[in-house]
Write a protein that binds this ligand. Structure first.
Ligand code: NAD
Ligand code: TDX
Length: 336
């Protein structure tokens, strides 16, 4: 097994990256974390506030900055790469930053990994596989062909392919994980679940795209973190692992659950314009990760996980209200 002591977490001030930093601090006392984050609209330093100063350093910078990487990478034994432009709707409105951060940024990190010879774990998404029909019994596996639909998912697919090519050509020590939809604390209010919760808390009706029958495979972000840690330390080099917790649900059912848990009538929402190219269904088969590395999800009760997430947003109004109005303004301009 690989025993990292000093890791760089890119995007550690975003949703999933900051949850991973908390996870490492809480579960692996021997590890020091350097967070590298550009603090875009999606990054928030408060997400890692209060963590012990001797365990976590913060570097404010861009993963596309090769000179910065040359300065900070030496002395670390691994990079766990979360930083990305992550929102499909934004990628449809303005794809360019997705090319920069997701493709060029990954390229810069791979070049630094090549130069300094350290371990690299690449965080990716199930969206690289495109979508499945609602009535298809199939789920994605590590051998499903790449077939991305959106500007976002095509740049994530591109970055995965760079990792594979750099691994084969230059012999880099890498692993890749492709995870399904995450939920939990610190998720930006542009995303489906936090948007609807904070809409209700703000007196705005929730907004459902299209007929709401699209299926997402939900996993709690803490289970994503434990899976990434397992792959980083025990994964076979050069391999890809799919991460999922058998959490398929359609958007309408998730929204009805949010409404119910927040004491609203089940029809108290608006149907709005559908997302162009909207993927129908994602579903992950995580057999490889479970059988080869012995990983299991712990937070598999979606109703209780959702309940805690609703409480978190209700108790952290000051965390989200700064970005709420601007986010809703952007959606309104798109008819969503
Ligand atoms: P997020 O948008 O919440 O956070 C992204 C973070 O990256 C922010 O802190 C931002 O400031 C930082 N960042 C963006 N561009 C940067 C740059 N050029 N240089 C340095 N930092 C930069 O994203 P998230 O939802 O936490 O997703 C994290 C990763 O997980 C992404 O790679 C995403 O593709 C992947 N992923 C997300 C999900 C999901 O459900 N959200 C599922 C599977 C995979
Ligand atoms: O207001 C909304 N109404 C709505 O019906 C929003 C914001 C979304 N939706 C739908 C679209 C999707 O079918 O809800 C579903 C989930 O939407 P998002 O939260 O935008 O997530 P998704 O597009 O599925 O992508 C997410 O999971 C995979 C992350 O944002 C990606 O970063 C990750 O790769």
């Amino acid at each position: 097994a690989f025993t990292p002591k000093n890791i760089i977490v890119t995007g550690g001030c975003g949703f999933i990256g900051s949850n991973f930093v908390h996870y490492v601090v809480n579960n692996h006392p021997e590890v020091h974390v350097t967070v590298l984050d550009a603090l875009t609209y999606a990054g928030n330093l408060d997400n890692i506030k209060g963590l012990p100063e001797d365990r976590v350093d913060f570097v404010h910078g861009n993963i596309c900055d090769a000179a910065l990487l040359d300065r900070i990478v030496p002395g670390h034994d691994a990079i766990v790469h979360y930083a990305a432009e992550s929102h499909n709707d934004n990628s449809i409105a303005d794809p360019e930053p997705f090319l920069r951060t997701n493709v060029e940024g990954t390229f810069r990190l791979l070049e630094a990994v090549r130069k300094f010879g350290i371990r690299y774990h690449h965080i990716s998404t199930d969206e690289v596989y495109g979508d499945l029909a609602l009535d298809d019994p199939a789920r994605f596996t590590e051998s499903t062909p790449y077939h991305p639909s959106s500007p976002y998912s095509s740049t994530k697919a591109s970055s995965d392919l760079l990792v594979r090519a750099w691994t084969r050509t230059y012999g880099l020590h890498t692993t890749i994980s492709n995870c399904s939809n995450n939920y939990g604390p610190f998720q930006h209010v542009e995303k489906f679940i936090p948007r609807q919760i904070t809409n209700i808390l703000s007196g705005i009706r929730p907004k459902l795209y299209g007929n709401g029958l699209n299926v997402r495979d939900w996993i709690h972000t803490d289970d994503h973190s434990s899976a990434v840690w397992t792959i980083l330390t025990k994964g076979r080099l050069g391999e890809t692992y799919l991460i999922g917790a058998d959490g398929e649900k359609n958007n309408l059912d998730v929204l009805r659950l949010i409404l119910k848990q927040m004491g609203q009538p089940e029809d108290a929402f608006d149907h709005v314009k559908d997302r162009p190219g909207h993927d129908r269904r994602y579903a992950i088969d995580s057999t490889k990760l479970r059988t080869e590395l012995g990983w299991q999800p712990e937070h598999t009760n979606f109703e209780s996980g959702l309940d805690k997430t609703i409480d978190w947003y209700a108790n952290h109004q000051e965390w989200w209200e700064k970005t709420k109005a601007a986010t809703e303004k952007r959606y309104k301009a798109q008819g969503q």
